[in-house]
Ligand binder design. Structure first.
Ligand SMILES: *[C@@H]1O[C@H](CO)[C@@H](O)[C@H](O)[C@H]1NC(C)=O
Ligand SMILES: *[C@@H]1O[C@H](CO)[C@@H](O)[C@H](O)[C@H]1NC(C)=O
Length: 409
């Protein structure tokens, strides 16, 4: 390191010597060098190039030097770089403009820079080089996917580096609200939460999903990390229609809504526990409604007397299991000729679907039992002329089924 320091000392003494000689020359000519524009502050992202431009009129025989103000190091004099830094260069591109170029800027290049002319007293102007760094997630200190039992707490942490210090904001990937509990204002719902730590307490299943922590400091690009919050709970089954009636020979759909996490295995059985498998008779589907809720459907094709009875939908996961029960009964037909029965429903799908509508409507009305309502549904359907079936609703309601229905709802 001895050589560069000696070089500095030599350069500095030359510089001081030149000052007194040139002072004499100016006194003779009468023109003083003058800065045309102020030196402008520069802000640059780490790794990019920075340039300071110094414009001097009437330089005469004087010289322009670049100095790093904090270390007092002379960087360049006129067109020569003095300092031992390969990333620096100076140019004198036209008669009064001098530039200092710093290639591939580093954080330690930050600071005050001075453009100086060796008059006596010397003239100078300064400006600041700010080096900014885009945000970067510190993965070692940032949470990954998480699992929490329902009712428990989760602490999600996200750390980012960069300059200026990045601001961290949490959002849900689906745009949903984050539920902050236990704050000064109690429970609040927010679309975003700021801070390195996101604490979720008394977590519910609806809080399950992907969370994003986004780090930004004004220096592009912003970065984010995605983490999944899995909320675990015992399966739950809801059965929208526990009593399903259908006319013989039609297709019947049974439905159960399942909520479970972790993902459950769902299946159907008959009353006796015999598992139902997909074949010509049975068609089963599952539709996801969210991360944790699934709609199970069982279609029984061409409903027959042997299909009467109880059905179970069953959901099992690592935490437990749940079942739902559905009872299937036959709706009797009226005003129906032998020939119509033969053509129903295979050859007339329109008719089959209106039958479906009819008995779905009938199921709906079970929640508010009343002969009038049931009759009205049936009458309006028959008056259109399409479905030729008729339910003896009054008979049905008078029977023991009514009691059962009232108990169920
Ligand atoms: C340049 O930066 C310095 C230091 O940050 C600041 O004090 C000064 O006001 C800035 N000058 C201009 C012209 O922006
Ligand atoms: C249903 O959920 C499973 C598991 O979460 C997923 O693999 C599948 O792609 C989802 N299907 C639909 C249609 O969303």
């Amino acid at each position: 390191m001895g050589a560069p320091r000696n070089l500095h000392v030599a350069a500095a003494s030359l510089w001081v010597g030149a000052l007194s000689v040139l002072h004499f020359l100016v006194a003779v000519s009468g023109f003083e060098p003058d800065f045309l524009y102020p030196l402008e502050n520069v802000t640059v992202a780490q790794g990019r190039d920075a340039t300071f431009t110094c414009v001097v009129n009437n330089l005469g025989g004087y010289r322009v030097a670049w100095i790093k103000a904090d270390t007092k190091a002379i960087l360049a004099i006129h067109e020569h770089v003095i300092t031992n830094n390969a990333r620096l260069s100076v140019t004198h591109n036209d008669y009064n403009t001098w530039t200092l170029n710093i290639r591939s800027v580093k954080r330690e290049d930050r600071g005050q820079y001075m453009c100086q002319v060796n008059t006596d007293p010397m003239k100078m102007q300064t400006a600041f080089l700010e080096v900014v760094i885009p945000p970067d997630i510190v993965y070692e200190e940032t949470s990954g996917d998480m699992m929490v039992p329902e009712g428990g707490s989760a602490k999600l942490v996200c750390k980012a580096r960069g300059y200026p210090k990045p601001r961290i904001v949490w959002r849900r990937e689906d745009g949903g609200e984050i539920i902050a509990r236990g704050g000064p204002s109690g429970k609040s719902r927010l679309t975003s939460v700021e801070g390195e730590m996101l604490t979720l307490t008394k977590v519910t299943r609806s809080e399950m999903g992907a969370y994003l922590c986004i780090a930004a400091n004004g220096v592009p690009p912003s970065v984010s990390k995605r983490m999944m919050l899995h909320v675990h709970f015992h399966p739950l089954i809801q059965v929208p229609n526990q009593l399903v009636g259908a006319p013989a020979n039609t297709d019947v759909t049974l439905q159960c809504h399942v909520e479970a996490s972790p993902k459950a295995i769902n299946y159907w059985t008959r009353e006796n526990g015999e598992m139902i498998i997909s074949n010509d008779k049975y068609f089963m589907t599952e539709i996801n409604n969210s991360y944790y809720s699934v709609q199970m459907r069982l279609v029984i094709r061409r409903f027959h007397k042997s299909d009467l009875g109880g059905y179970k939908c069953i959901s099992k996961n690592s935490i437990g299991d749940a079942e739902g029960n559905i009872r299937l009964y036959e709706m009797e037909m009226q005003e129906r000729t032998e020939t119509e029965e033969d053509t129903l429903p295979e050859e007339n799908t329109d008719e089959a679907s209106s039958n479906n509508r009819l008995y779905n409507g009938f199921q709906g009305s079970l929640t508010e039992p009343g002969d009038n309502k049931v009759r009205a549904d049936i009458d309006s359907s028959t008056s259109t002329g399409t479905p030729s079936i008729r339910i003896r609703a009054a008979d049905f309601l008078r029977s023991g089924h009514l009691l059962l229905m009232l108990l169920l709802f």
